[in-house]
Design a protein around this ligand. Structure first.
Ligand code: FE
Length: 344
């Protein structure tokens, strides 16, 4: 080894050693413990981008919505969780009722998230709409322009659905109760039951497939399932979507029912500062675009521009702007009505 080379080596070793010392003295890296019931692959990039921007490491615990709520309840004051993220307004409201969230004051969040999409302690970050999907050759779109029409005799033996106990249907039913009252809501449920092509089973995607196959004429689905099939890499999925049409229900009246995914900071959060940074990040343009481009949801922040061919194709619609909190208010009633009507 010649001399200048040896000096360079020596210098490198010294620098490395001092870097190690600096690391040992520095405060431990900031962390954030996230309990998430969102289980979309595309969320990886959403979280990685936060760490890149802030240096805050995210420890993620994923689980089913109701399991995570149970876990938070059981852990109580010992919970390491800072943030609870989940889908469906009723589940977020449940976390609030259990006293799990802490109230949040953030000028940024208030300026970004519309009033009907937030509460004092949890915020919606993305929107999904519940649309009507019909078979183009079996059903006249004029006959299925609103939720009410699913209960009309014209749809006899044509309606398919997932279970009446599922939160997506419960939230829709809650909005119907809020708008039309319990009596009309129950008549609606009974009308749909009378129109069943088969007993409720499967998820939204299964219903769309059954409609495309002609097993049913019409169903309800959340928009991201529709968009996912439209953007599928499998030709068979895209072919299937050519057989169905999508309707924005209730455009002449209350608007299409929307649900949300959202989250809040836990009362017992050990890292409250990092948690607030994370929620504010979720409302940033960057993060909002992930919801749209990655998981085919609409950003809660209205001004955000995104590029998603499927959402573009679905087009603009009038949304039901009933406050997200109200969707939760009638959940128990919604379940009773579905049960009484035999919508299981
Ligand atoms: Fe879903």
């Amino acid at each position: 080894m010649n001399k200048p080379w040896r000096i360079t080596m020596k210098l490198a070793i010294t620098l490395f050693a001092s870097a190690l010392t600096a690391m040992a003295i520095a405060a431990p890296a900031e962390e954030l413990n996230l309990y998430s019931a969102r289980h979309y692959q595309t969320d990886e990039a959403l979280y990685a981008n936060f760490t890149k921007q802030t240096g805050i490491k995210i420890n993620r615990i994923e689980g089913k919505e109701d399991e995570l709520l149970e876990r938070l309840k059981n852990e109580g004051g010992n919970s390491p969780a800072d943030i609870f993220l989940t889908v469906d307004a009723a589940r977020l409201a449940k976390a609030h009722e259990l006293g799990l969230f802490t109230p949040i004051t953030s000028k940024f969040l208030e300026s970004r998230i519309p009033t009907h999409l937030r509460t004092e302690d949890w915020f919606a970050f993305s929107i999904r709409a519940r649309v009507i999907v019909y078979n183009r050759s079996g059903v006249n779109p004029e006959d299925v322009q609103d939720y009410d029409s699913l209960a009309k005799p014209k749809i006899k033996a044509k309606f398919c659905s997932r279970s009446g106990s599922h939160p997506y249907n419960l939230s829709l039913m809650s909005s119907v109760i809020a708008h039309a009252g319990e009596v009309r809501a129950e008549a609606w449920a009974r009308g749909m039951v009378a129109n069943f092509a088969r007993a409720p089973k499967g998820g939204d995607t299964d219903q769309i497939k059954a409609v495309a196959a002609g097993e049913c004429g019409v169903t309800l689905s959340n928009t991201y399932y529709v968009a996912r099939l439209m953007r599928s890499t499998q030709e068979s999925d895209r072919k299937l979507m050519e057989k169905v049409g999508v309707i924005w229900p209730n455009q002449q009246s209350t608007g299409t029912h929307i649900n949300v995914s959202g989250g809040g900071i836990l009362k017992t959060a050990p890292n409250k500062k990092a948690a607030l940074k994370f929620l504010e990040y979720l409302a940033s343009d960057d993060a909002q675009r992930y919801f749209a481009d990655g998981n085919n949801e609409w950003p809660a922040v209205e001004s955000v521009k995104f590029s998603n061919p499927a959402l573009d194709k679905l087009g603009k619609f009038k949304a039901d702007k009933i406050p997200v909190n109200n969707l939760a208010m009638y959940q128990a009633k919604a379940q009773i009505i579905f049960d009484r009507a035999g919508f299981r």
